[in-house]
Design a binder for this molecule. Sequence first.
Ligand SMILES: *Cc1c(COP(=O)(O)O)cnc(C)c1O
Length: 339
Amino acid sequence: MIDIEWSKLPFAYFKTDYNVRTYFRDGKWGEVELSSSEYINIHMAASSLHYGQEAFEGLKAFRGSDGKIRVFRWEENFKRMETTAHGIVMQPVPMSIFRESLLKVVKMNEKYIPPFGTGASLYIRPLLIGSGACVGVKPADEYLFLVFVGPVGPYFKEGFSPVNIQIARDVDRAAPLGTGAFKVGGNYAASLSSGERAHHDGYAACLYLDPKEKRFIDECGPANFFGIKGNTYVTPLSTSILPSITNKSLMTLAEDMGLKVERRPVAVEELAEFDEVGACGTAAVISPIKLIQDRELGTVYNYCKDGKAGPVSTKLYNRLRAIQYGEEADKFNWNTIIE
Ligand SMILES: *Cc1c(COP(=O)(O)O)cnc(C)c1O
């Protein structure tokens, strides 16, 4: 066993032994190659560096209560990366290469998968970049698909405890019909200034509003937003939201638990009507929200009156975690067990 304080891991880069790489050159994908280098060697005129032809994914592998390794819904990440690749005119990665890369990189770094019970997991980061040289603006003719992994703790250092969020009306992370629905680095670049300001002001993340009218809720930093109102799970519908696989899973679980699920535009004022609100994504599953401050208007919305996450969020969180760690039957067939 390696000597890692599993339960104290941050959500950060962690060097492991191997990553895997596949190159698209001369019109075809090559073999999945194992590498022990943390560096890539690419052309200085690569389209990813100049014109943002870059897509990534994020998913996790878990060591279960039975000792088995489970990867959560990787086919969904594959499909989303394919959609993103089409969205910014990159060569999509074939499913067989995506799958082989994932299984190989997890297996080869098996000793870095945190033990069951530590709350930690193995984060998997697939990356697809234009590596071909371009000076004129056009899609590259060469691509690199790379997957690295690393053990991580929860995304928000608070773990499953409520965070404060800031509404920023003076910044958009994506345009109404832009790249918001694709998992590209450019959306993150656009959100860094407001995100850093939120951190500086003492908030965990920014809540972005719809970039057209600023009337509706879009996304919560690098996560989707949801609210619970009575027996209903409500999550925004918008052309500039990244479709979260965690949110999709929570909607399924909510329905399974007898809740009504509504995916529709959510007006900012509706924040006053929710019993519980939260952000959801692979990194934290659910980050319950205790306070939302509207930076420009000064409005403040309060939740979690007793300082704890609400009962519905807690139930959803526990159920999803239980499925990921193999403690509850995988009734929707979400896990791939790695032998
Ligand atoms: C990745 C991401 C999410 C969360 O998606 P999951 O599939 O649940 O991890 C939400 N919003 C943005 C902007 C993202 O990039």
